[in-house]
Design a binder for this molecule. Structure first.
Ligand SMILES: Cc1cc2nc3c(=O)[nH]c(=O)nc-3n(C[C@H](O)[C@H](O)[C@H](O)COP(=O)(O)OP(=O)(O)OC[C@H]3O[C@@H](n4cnc5c(N)ncnc54)[C@H](O)[C@@H]3O)c2cc1C
Length: 286
């Protein structure tokens, strides 16, 4: 197995263009497990850990650009205020060791339906920045990035450069059901993001369909029915939960049944919206 070690982004793009079958390596918390268990034996590994620009984040006009190599620990420590949904999800990933190595870029690269960063990225309307040597930069909305189980819109000669997310303009919450409280793959998960200036609520569902996905009908329902100045109507909350559950397309597997997952999405949707709404009204009163 060849081991490629670019030190600049340009070198990394050139290596991927010349050898598209090379498997990118960021934190290695997915890739190395797969290699150790013999799940894959790539012809080459493309180690991105020396590409310094991938490990930084920046902010321009309120939009955060989080490099593909930024670990969860940094998201938690430095971006909790600006990107609270993503930071909450990051706190639930694995253990401290995994959060020190694992990255949002790697989560996107793996494109697992159970990846914890996906629901908050969907709810916040994030955009994935990918690049190839031949065609330059492509900006892919998160909602169009996930194509199937562990399949994404990333092309063989492309690398993920960063994810772009607007700083939170309103409350955001993430919640995850697991078979225990830590070191656990989500049975299902849900994220909500209020966008008060647009009178809009974003949603993200994890581990309850072949891909992470939004609940567009639930979002449309709230857009039409929400009174942004008043308390949450219980009937509206109930309908929101039902529409989120209906958007899911779960399966029975070792972690849970489809029926349980659908029920749990209903509960998580109502719970996270209630938390967010309490914050929203608190902010309005402050
Ligand atoms: C013990 C343990 C617990 C875990 N718990 C959780 C959990 O709770 N929640 C969760 O979501 N995940 C969990 N994971 C999975 C893993 O940690 C995450 O998916 C993490 O985000 C992967 O990031 P990484 O940087 O380690 O990726 P890597 O393993 O380096 O890469 C993952 C995938 O992304 C691709 N890739 C990486 N970087 C790029 C790039 N720049 N461009 C294109 N493709 C790229 C790789 O080729 C690979 O296919 C766990 C893993 C372990 C071992």
């Amino acid at each position: 197995m060849d081991f490629l070690r670019p030190t600049t982004w340009e070198e990394a793009l050139a290596a991927k263009a010349d050898l598209p079958e090379a498997v990118p390596l960021q934190g290695g918390t997915d890739v190395m497990v797969e290699i150790n268990f013999g799940v894959r034996r790539p012809a080459a590994l493309l180690d991105l850990t020396r590409v310094a620009e991938l490990r930084s984040w920046s902010v321009t006009d309120g939009t955060y650009r989080v490099g593909a190599g930024v670990p969860y620990a940094t998201v938690i420590e430095e971006l909790g205020g600006a990107l609270p949904g993503l930071a909450q999800a990051s706190r639930t990933v694995g253990s401290p060791q995994i959060r020190n190595r694992g990255t949002v870029g790697g989560n996107l690269g793996a494109a697992s339906p159970a990846g914890d960063s996906h629901p908050p990225l969907l709810a916040a309307g994030a955009v994935v920045e990918v690049e190839s040597r031949e065609r330059g930069v492509r900006l892919i909305p998160a909602a169009e990035f996930y194509l199937g189980v562990k399949r994404s819109a990333l092309l063989p000669d492309e690398l993920i450069r960063a994810v772009r997310v607007a700083g939170a303009a309103g409350p955001q919450y993430f919640s995850k059901v697991g078979t225990r409280n830590a070191m656990v793959i989500a049975v299902c998960s849900f994220a909500v993001a209020l966008h008060p200036h647009e009178r809009r609520v974003g949603t993200g569902i994890g581990s309850a369909a072949p891909t992470p996905l939004r609940a567009p009908e639930a979002e449309e329902f709230l857009r039409a029915e929400l009174d942004w100045a008043g308390p949450l109507d219980p009937a509206l909350l109930r309908r929101f939960g039902e529409l989120c559950a209906a958007a899911a397309a779960p399966i029975d597997d070792v972690r849970g049944t489809a029926a349980y997952r659908r029920h749990a999405i209903d509960v998580l949707a109502r719970r996270t919206l209630t938390w967010a709404w309490d914050d929203h009204l608190g902010r309005r009163a402050a």
